[in-house]
Design a protein around this ligand. Structure first.
Ligand code: BGC
Length: 382
């Protein structure tokens, strides 16, 4: 934000808390770097079989955290991997856009997937693949990384051009959400992620004027559509024409900037999330049953990041402390914790199906790092 006051977390963290957090940030960076493949890909979780793939969504937030923490080479490697994945599918993207222009129906499983093998191939397992948000998020993260570290964008121009054309053509398509559910809806946080990427790309000199103009126009259309169809009772809704909440709505302001963090619509949305889903830990949505519907570390950290943006530093530190307290004894962070389950009866079935909750989850570590850096508790240099 333009004229934010300097952030001083010191009154809210004692020396022991600060030392614990600094050690956990170091551990988090080591977990992320240690698991990054030579290709640049980050597995969502190395030890949870169905998460041994690289998602554009998780990966982009992880790269963004690494970039914030001064680990530019790690972020560069990830963006190089994204670029190669997208450019390798140039023919598929062109064909999809041509079919759309001819008015042909396209099935969900014909679109780009949400996750790939670490060497950029397609996963052989069935998955809820059609998700658009990650393609916006990687553009957004690359833009912020280039701004932060001054890296040239030219090498990414082809991939960015393809990604923008893909998103401009398909942003309004219903698809699976951040949680890989409800393919029948248009999800507000998915639209915000696409907005974040397109708004960033609309400012890149490396893209053609036509591409930049299309990105800017579509970003405007997304904002108008969300205002028209994604608001109920003064707060944003989980999907268009709905009335429910989802904690991923935080991302509509922090970080994607679809709405400023102080706009009444966001203030009301955060208030509604605080009432329904957030109490230190943050649930995804009220009828979540995945692993019993626990509290997600990455959402708790994202809420803290939002608090930093609006100057609620004490609340942001409380989120940081809460996330730190969820680390296992060696410092690894799980996807979610089970002390306060929304649907306790649904916990065991997931453990039987896929094993214990994914730990370490690199996205949890990444959001913790981001919050610590934004609070000035961990260094951004390096
Ligand atoms: C989450 C996704 C995430 C994936 C890998 C899923 O359970 O719902 O948001 O991308 O795990 O971490």
């Amino acid at each position: 934000m333009a004229s934010s006051p300097p952030i001083d977390a010191r009154p809210h963290l004692d020396a022991a808390e600060r030392a614990h957090i600094v050690a956990l940030v170091d551990h988090s960076l080591a977990v992320i770097e240690g698991n990054q493949a030579a290709s640049g890909a980050y597995p969502a979780s190395p030890s949870f079989p169905v998460y041994r793939y690289c998602w554009f969504r998780d990966g982009a937030f992880i790269a963004d955290a690494m970039s914030r923490a001064g680990r530019a080479a790690s972020a560069d490697a990830f963006f190089g991997w994204c670029s190669a994945v997208v450019v390798a599918r140039a023919g598929q993207i062109d064909a999809l856009i041509a079919r759309r222009e001819r008015g042909e129906a396209i099935a969900g499983d014909e679109f780009l997937p949400c996750r790939y093998t670490l060497d950029g191939g397609e996963s052989p397992e069935e998955w809820w693949e059609f998700q658009l948000d990650g393609y916006g998020t990687w553009l957004w993260a690359l833009d912020r990384h280039a701004g932060r570290h001054g890296g040239p964008l030219a090498g990414f121009a082809h991939a960015a051009e393809l990604t923008v054309r893909y998103l401009v053509a398909f942003w309004a398509e219903p698809c699976y959400d951040w949680w890989e559910e409800h393919a029948e809806h248009r999800h507000t946080s998915t639209l915000a992620s696409i907005y974040g990427g397109l708004e960033a790309a609309s400012r890149w000199d490396e893209l053609t004027p036509e591409t930049r103009a299309a990105a800017a126009r579509t970003a405007g259309e997304i904002r108008a559509r969300v205002l028209d169809e994604g608001v109920h009772d003064g707060h944003l809704t989980k999907w268009l024409d709905g009335d429910g909440l989802d904690a991923s709505l935080i991302a509509c302001s922090t970080p994607f900037g679809l709405f400023a963090p102080t706009e009444p619509l966001i203030v009301q949305t955060i208030r509604a999330l605080e009432e329904e889903l957030a109490h230190g830990g943050v649930h995804r949505y009220s009828d979540d049953t995945y692993f019993g519907g626990g509290e997600w570390l990455l959402l708790a950290a994202m809420l803290g990041w939002h608090y930093v943006e609006v100057g609620r530093i004490g609340d942001a530190c409380a989120q940081l402390i809460w996330v730190a307290a969820q680390a296992r004894s060696g410092g690894d962070m799980p996807e979610q914790v089970s002390g306060h389950l929304l649907a306790p009866g649904s916990f065991d079935e997931w453990v039987e199906r896929w094993g214990p909750v994914a730990t370490p989850l690199l996205w949890s570590h990444a959001m913790f790092v981001t919050l610590a850096v934004e609070l000035g508790v961990a260094g951004a240099a390096g």
